[in-house]
Each structure stands twice: as C-alpha cells, then as structure tokens.
Design a protein around this ligand. Structure first.
Ligand SMILES: *Cc1c(COP(=O)(O)O)cnc(C)c1O
Length: 488
C-alpha cells in the first residue's frame, strides 16, 4: 500500500518554532504600529506576486512565511493604525486575534451541536442583549457582520408581515410591501431589499431633517399615503448612528409610531447600538430596547477582529419561525453531540465560524466597562476635532458630531465650489499617500465632505492634532495652485 499522508507537520516541535515566529512578528507589528505608515501603496513586484500560479508542490512553511513578510504584512489597509479613520471599522485587538487563532486551531464549526463553543456563542449573544437593553428571553445570532445582521432582521419583519407559512411556502405572491428609512441609510439595506425579492423601490427613503435624522412627520404621511394606495407597510428601519454623520434617529418617537401603526421596528445599530454601554453617551440610545430587531457590529466599536456582527430579535418564536428547517441529516437527538439547538436555525448559514471566542476573550480580559469608556473616549476625540475645526476660519464643520464621526471641509476664500471639492479630495488623497493619517470622504447633503470616523482604541488626542496640523500644512499651497489655475 502507498504511504498515507496527512496535513499535520512531520515535526511538531519545528512547527512550534515556526508558529512562535509568527506570533513574534505579529506582536512586533502591533507594538510598533504607531511609527509605521498608516498605509502605503504596493510596488509592482508585490502586485506581480499575486499573479503567480497555484503551486503544485509544497515548500517549508518558514519560506512561505518569509514571502508573507515581504509581500503581505507591509501593505495593510491600515485600520489597526491609531490614525486610520476611514469608512467605519474597528481597530482590532491582539487578544481577539488569539481568540480567532484558537478557534481556527480547534476547527470549530458553530452550526450547532452539544459542545462548549456552542454554549459560548449563546453566552456572547446574551451579553450583547444585556449591552443593548434587550430582555434575556430575546433571541439573536452572531453573523459575518452588520450587512447580514440587517438582512436577518428585515427577513423576520417581512415574514411576520406576510405570514410565515405563506411566504416560506409560496414566496411573495402579489404582495406590495413597503419599508421606511431616512435617505441616510446604509447601502446594505438596498441589497437586503433586492435579496428579499422586494426591489429597492419598496424601501421608501424619506428626506432627513437638518440634523440628518429621519423626519417622523414625513414618515407618518408616507405610511398613510401608502395605505391609501393599497400598499402594505411592514417596517420602519431606524438608524442609530448613520454612516455619513453618525446621526441617531429619534428612537422613542419611531417606537411610538411603529406601535401605533402596528409596524416592525428594526434598528440598524451597526455604528451606535454599542454606545449604549458608554457611561457618558449611553443615554443617546434610549429607545433602542423597544426595537423588534437590532443589527449591531462587534467588529466595529468592540474592536473584535473581522468578522463578527449580531442580529437581536425580540421575539424568539418569530426568529426561529423565519429560519428553522427540519432535515433528516440534522436531527436533534436526546443525547450525544446533536443534543442541542441548531444555531443555523437563527440565520442563513449552515456551517458557522466560532466568532464568539474573540469577543468573549476580550470582554473577559478587559470587562465591559472599559469598552464603554473607550467609546466615550472616541466621542470626546470627535468633539475635540470639531472644536479645532470650528476654531479655524478656513475650515467648515458640516454636521454637529453626535458620536465619533466628524464631517468637515477646508473652505478657504476665493475658490469656486468645484475648486473647493477638488481641493478637499486632493488633500484626502495626499493624506492617505503620505501615510501619516487616513480619512475618507462622503457627501453631507450635496456638499463634498472629508469624513473622520474615530472607532479606534489606539487613537490619542494628539493624533487629532497631527491631522489638523498636517491639513493646515498641505492646503495653502494647493489652494494657491487652484486659484492660479482658474485665473489662467
Ligand atoms: C458598517 C455598517 C453596516 C454594514 O455592516 P458590515 O459589518 O460592514 O457588514 C450597516 N449599517 C451601518 C450603519 C454601518 O455602519
């Protein structure tokens, strides 16, 4: 018989040494991250390395790791850096990374079953309920992220509106459904509407008010209008922390309206829901606990390594009715490995990663109060940045920060609106390419804005000073070039 093979190393002690090399490298990178560039572009040989064909035969893992050190590690997106404030993501943490490593080393699959990891998965969901003021008997599931968490909440809402039996067996039929949100809503809800078979036009995007929150009066009219036209209103999607400015919709008013109109209230809390644990700012989330479902994102403000999101659903029966399947190959048994609820009955995945461990380990190590203080710290840093912008006659604050997002622009005199936009975009790109700080952009209303989102436990106030000082160093020359350009 041919000699049989395995993926296990021939020499476990040698593997131990290689693994320690990787841990050493990771710790060095993290402990020195403040002095590294936030981001740097990749040279051609690095790009070319990712076009190499599939290796037919193996090589020692140490050599593979050398290649990683050359072609991968120096070129991260940058979100673990203290001065990365682009889009919206957390800055990870090493304990969480160890959690992911252990979870992977154990090969855990959290589709369900009677084992400790499955209990820990349930426990982390319970902790997230506590953090957001949801009752212990509520339901929930960890997901890949907020997009899927939102999709799960909206699916339960849709099914409850049409009748679980009916929609699960026969689909949408002639249903004409409407969901409601402000025009500041995150793009994942458009995708959700498409995936749910409703089409984007089923999501009524209402103009927001001056503070970028959903206009409740306009919403009330739209619902009445839809009912008058034979359309079935299903759910209000409130946002707790909008992606553009961090605005928090009026949750108590929306909960009242949802009750009055017998509608589902889903809260997209991917940015703001976890701020409920912050001692100074938690009060801004009052009303969150009244939602029928909430999407939140531990890989943002809990800084868990990607990926981990969570959908909480107030009524467990509604949650299970939406997703549970009974299959002969996945029967629950009275004893043994299958003597437990199937976790895939709470969502759309069958196999599920062990996402809970990284969250669990960090919460055990630091305690939830520290995470609350870190959220307050980021919000204070956003206020500090807003103060520096207000104090600068050549800068304009474009929205009052509510959480940790600051939208602003450089606004020196004597430039057209188009030149101002060019100037701001050029500054954003030069900041990124310079490697000192990284911001992204958006539109606040119709105005092009630089956007600074400080969901980062490594950021210090002095980093905010570095940002403002660097912008002030860059823009006068650029503004001058633009003025001269338009005079020619
Ligand atoms: C990030 C975000 C999402 C999407 O979450 P992912 O974890 O990126 O899938 C949805 N809504 C809001 C408000 C967000 O900030």
């Amino acid at each position: 018989m041919k000699e049989e093979e395995t993926l296990d190393p021939a020499d476990w002690e040698a593997m131990r040494a290689t693994a320690y090399r990787m841990v050493d490298e990771a710790i060095s990178r993290l402990s020195e991250v403040r002095d590294a560039p936030v981001w740097q572009d990749m040279p051609d040989p690095v790009r070319a390395s990712y076009k190499e064909p599939i290796p037919l035969n193996g090589q020692p893992l140490d050599k593979v790791f050398d290649e990683i050190k050359t072609n991968l590690l120096p070129y991260p997106m940058g979100n673990i850096h203290p001065r990365f404030w682009m889009w919206y993501m957390g800055s990870s943490n090493f304990t969480g990374a160890l959690g992911d490593f252990l979870a992977a080393a154990l090969g855990s699959n959290l589709g369900g079953g009677n084992h400790a990891a499955a209990l820990m998965d349930r426990q982390v969901v319970d902790w997230l309920k506590t953090m957001t003021g949801f009752p212990a008997e509520a339901s929930g599931t960890l997901t890949s992220g907020g997009s899927v968490a939102n999709l799960i909440g909206l699916t339960v809402a849709r099914n409850e509106a049409l009748g679980q039996q009916e929609i699960r067996e026969h689909g949408l039929g002639n249903a004409n459904l409407a969901f409601y949100a402000s025009d500041q809503i995150h793009g994942c809800h458009m995708t959700a509407m498409e995936v749910l078979g409703l089409g984007r036009s089923s999501l009524r995007l209402l103009p927001c008010k001056g503070d970028y929150t959903l206009d409740v009066t306009a919403l009330r009219h739209q619902i009445a209008n839809d009912r008058a036209n034979g359309i079935q209103p299903v759910a209000i999607i409130a946002t707790a922390g909008t992606i553009n400015t961090g605005a928090i919709d009026d949750l108590p008013a929306l909960a009242d309206l949802a009750e009055e109109e017998c509608l589902w209230l889903h809260v997209d809390g991917c940015i703001g829901a976890l701020a409920a644990i912050a001692p100074k700012n938690g009060g801004k989330l009052v009303g969150l606990e009244r939602a029928d479902s909430v999407a939140l994102d531990p890989h943002k403000w809990l800084h868990a390594p990607f990926e981990v999101g969570c959908c909480l659903v107030k009524d467990k029966a509604q949650h299970i009715d939406t997703f549970a399947l009974s299959q002969a190959y996945l029967e629950k048994e009275p004893r043994g490995v299958a003597a437990a609820d199937w976790l895939h009955d709470f969502g759309i995945q069958t196999s599920r990663g062990f996402r809970a461990l990284k969250v669990w380990m960090s919460l055990k190590e630091h305690g939830v109060e520290k995470f609350g203080r870190l959220i307050d710290q980021n919000i204070a840093q956003a206020e500090f940045l807003a103060d520096r912008i207000r104090a600068d006659p050549d800068m304009e604050l474009l929205a009052e920060p509510v959480l940790d997002i600051v939208c602003f622009r450089i606004y020196p005199p004597g430039l057209s609106e188009a030149d101002i936009e060019d100037l701001n975009r050029e500054i954003m790109l030069r900041l990124q390419e310079g490697g000192l700080v990284a911001l992204s952009d958006t539109r606040v209303g119709s105005i092009y804005a630089l956007r600074c989102a400080i969901a980062n436990h490594r950021t210090l106030s002095k980093d905010i000073d570095i940002l403002v000082d660097e912008i002030r160093r860059l823009y006068p020359k650029l503004a001058l070039d633009l003025r001269e350009g338009s005079n020619q």
